[in-house]
Ligand binder design. Sequence first.
Ligand code: F6R
Length: 614
Amino acid sequence: MCGIVGYVGYREACPILLKGLKRLEYRGYDSAGVAVINKDGNLNVYKCKGKVSSLEEFLDGKDYSGNIGIAHTRWATHGEPSDRNAHPHYSQSGQIALIHNGIIENFRVLKDALIQNGYQFKSSTDSEVLVNLIEYIRKENDCCLSEAVRLALKQAVGAYAIAVIEKGNPDQIIAARQSSPMVIGIGEGEYFLSSDAASIIDYTNDFAYLNDGEIAIINKNKPLEIKTLENETSNLDIRHLELSISQLEKGGYPHFMLKEIHEQPNTIIDCIRGRINPDTAEVKLSGVELNKDKFLQAGRIIFVACGTSWHASLIGEHLIENLCRIPVEVEYASEFRYRNPIIRSNDVVIAVSQSGETADTLAAVELARKAGAFVYGICNAVGSSIARATDSGTYIHVGPEIGVASTKAFTGQVTVMAMIALAIAKEKGTISTERRQAIAKSLLELPQTIKKVLETDKMVADLSKIFTYAHNFIYLGRGYNYPTALEGALKLKEISYIHAEGYPAAEMKHGPIALIDAEMPTVVIAVPDHTYEKTVSNMEEIKARGGKIIAVIAQGDSHARKSADYTIEIPTTDECLMPVIVSIPLQLMAYYIAVYKGRNVDQPRNLAKSVTVE
Ligand code: F6R
């Protein structure tokens, strides 16, 4: 979703801004722009529809010099993707430029008031209203820029991360946030600003995170100042992050998605590092250990999440109910936040989010906290809003995920959930030590098992060619692998734009079987578990109706092979960890079908990596 980059210091701003925008491209966007103040004090704004590369072409031959600037990639919410709706927006007098992520919900009221005061608007955006409101307040109150921003934001309702610069003020950027990420990179006599620390990691490892309702006054060569909307001084929340540039690059793969699929043996090593003792096979998670009582007394665990993280949560439900015997509910964060849910003080709410910035999940966290529940986070992005808003949590530590389709985050989330379930099960004594240690050993072996399953890459690529022209797919699985089927279907639809639906295999008879014919391939997950035989019977029912079956089965399983047209044979692990293994060939299949269809795999249409608005 929209991305922000800013710079003030002694270097040329534009190259830093463009490089930062490119690092944010994975978030998804439809237009891009920059505003810079040059040495003569002119505020130059350049913006256009399309990619950052189109912006670079547009800048060719123009004056984009200057040591201060702000830049933006826009993902349309108000007004179509176009040059005029692209950011930065500048005020009527041309004195102030602003970039904005989020939505100003009351922009119509504010706009009408500004029109009555003689303002005219060039775009259809809510953001242009904000920049003019800042200018209007600045003139009316004869106040400084930061005060005008503060007073304007006090009138604004909604979500935002903004950065503002002003002609005649070439050493200062004002930034603010409310429910949308914003981080300030601290250098020597210079500052960098971004919606994601990864985009400015080349320049610094020290970052100040803005909290909701805070405004940063960023002056070159001066200490950073943070205020609240109530005009009180805030403490700086500075963190040191270790992220390497190689983690952000494609490393020889044609797409980030393929790189991230193949990274999974290593990301799972990072995810379990220091958390399972290889000698004793005991799990040690400080988040669970420090909050043992909350988990032991939990009447219920409620997962809140969206998309792929919601699918991982469904697997978490199986893990925790099976291993810890605590009732679990899994909620779409977007539904949970608006349906007046019953939340009790002995509920543990687990928010699952790769980015840690998903607006609905963040709102669900806030709701749960207000209701008195203990809120635990499972996030990937360190220092993200959800990670900071939760009472405690466990990072999945799989490194930055750049491809829009989530892959390594999903397997990291399931792995963390398995460790959480084992840690709670130990405290509760709900499973035997032998069973606990057997699962922990399988977790330790998971990276090797993933390496083996990745050997199917070439075979899955060939198989995918056969199905590239299908218009619809059904994915079936049961138990732990019903959510894996949902996730397989989601991967396929989001990057190949092929319609795909996931079902519990036994549900076939209750409707979807009517869809089966030779044109409708069915992907069946038929790996050894307690419903295996029933799933094989479901395959027979599909075959009997002329359907084509691609079955994901255990290596050497000749029984299931007989009921399938094509098989992907994979190594096995403990039943409760099989979703990690099964999901990988499904990720590969979605990837190759999308590549054969010529889709933009890393940045599929209409999708954003980090959904920071509702
Ligand atoms: C799908 C995908 C999305 C995200 C969802 C939640 O591949 O990536 O469905 O899982 O938008 O995002 P996070 O996990 O960042 O909260």
